[in-house]
Design a protein around this ligand. Structure first.
Ligand SMILES: Cc1cc2nc3c(=O)[nH]c(=O)nc-3n(C[C@H](O)[C@H](O)[C@H](O)COP(=O)(O)OP(=O)(O)OC[C@H]3O[C@@H](n4cnc5c(N)ncnc54)[C@H](O)[C@@H]3O)c2cc1C
Length: 267
């Protein structure tokens, strides 16, 4: 029996190139190159390494503007079998709630699904809501913050990284698994798979394909509103060269200004 795997990916602006618009104080995404969210590459690698061992079929699902098909094709160039892009003006302005809802509706429309992978969070909004949100909308189990995922004897076994250790969770599919940034080393695309991906192409679905009301998604379906954004001014840093005999004075000065804490008595 073929294991049906879905990987949710998002195209994000390259964090090295994003600038803050000095007037609107919002992210100026237009100037940045768009790339596959890095944790999603780790999620894809986790899915592909399962497909290396068992009979599996991988579908990439993404919600975004038409140009997001590039990121989907990149995933297909690495070995995913099918790509679906949810793109429609109705999806614009979504916060994480309708994003999860639309993705869950798309996954339901795909039919059978056993494993749904997501990254732990994105580099542009970084809420980490979407994977768990999709699990809730679908009413299925979730294993979050995993650094390793196996599929054995019909069960998904995920190792979750906690602050003070590792938790090993076993769940019966269908299950959503979110994968930590850096959990693995993502493979590269191959020329053959890239050509296959271009031949197959990416399917585009609109709100009509999902069969849910337009008011449930996008800006209208979003319960949160960003009221304002502030640019935080970093504290100025200074470097000062001191001679060895001046170190004692410098320590007293820094302690006096509350910059460092000196607990030991000077002898
Ligand atoms: C308060 C608030 C208001 C916002 N308002 C707007 C707005 O007005 N306009 C606007 O454009 N955006 C807005 N956003 C951003 C938008 O909500 C997010 O980009 C989107 O919902 C995904 O959330 P995220 O990036 O935090 O994903 P996370 O939850 O951090 O992502 C986790 C994982 O879920 C999957 N995933 C996330 N997004 C997608 C996707 N689109 N397709 C497929 N898989 C995905 C990926 O695997 C990803 O690694 C807002 C966000 C917040 C928190």
């Amino acid at each position: 029996m073929t294991l049906e795997i879905v990987v949710m990916i998002k195209q994000v602006p390259d964090s090295q190139e994003v600038e803050i618009d000095p007037v609107t104080k919002t992210l100026n995404r237009m100037k940045a190159r768009n790339v596959l969210n890095v944790a999603d590459d780790n999620a894809l690698e986790a899915a592909l390494s399962i497909k290396d061992r068992v009979d599996a079929h991988i579908t990439i699902v993404s919600m975004g503007p038409p140009m997001a098909d590039e990121a989907i094709l990149e995933c297909m160039g690495k070995g995913a079998d099918r790509g679906v892009l949810l793109t429609d003006r109705a999806f614009a302005g979504a916060d994480t709630y309708p994003t999860g809802l639309a993705l869950a509706a798309a996954i339901t429309k795909l039919g059978k699904y056993d494993l749904i992978f997501a990254g732990e969070e994105t580099s542009d909004s970084s809420t980490g809501h979407v994977g768990p949100g999709v699990a809730e909308f679908l009413g299925i189990e979730q294993i979050t913050y995993t650094h390793s995922v196996e599929f054995e004897d019909g069960y998904v076994i995920g190792e979750r990284e906690l602050e003070d250790g590792v938790e090993i969770v076993r769940a019966k599919p269908p299950v959503v698994v979110t994968v930590l940034l850096g959990a693995n080393i993502p493979r590269r695309q191959t020329l053959r798979k890239k050509i296959d991906a271009i031949r197959k192409g990416v399917e585009t679905w609109t709100i009509q394909n999902l069969g849910i009301p337009a008011e449930w998604v996008g800006f209208k379906g979003s319960p949160t509103i960003v009221r304002s954004m502030k640019t935080i001014k970093e504290k100025e840093r200074a470097a000062k060269m001191v001679r060895v005999e001046e170190i004692g004075g410098l320590v007293r000065e820094l302690a006096g200004n509350g910059i460092i804490n000196v607990e030991a008595e000077e002898k």
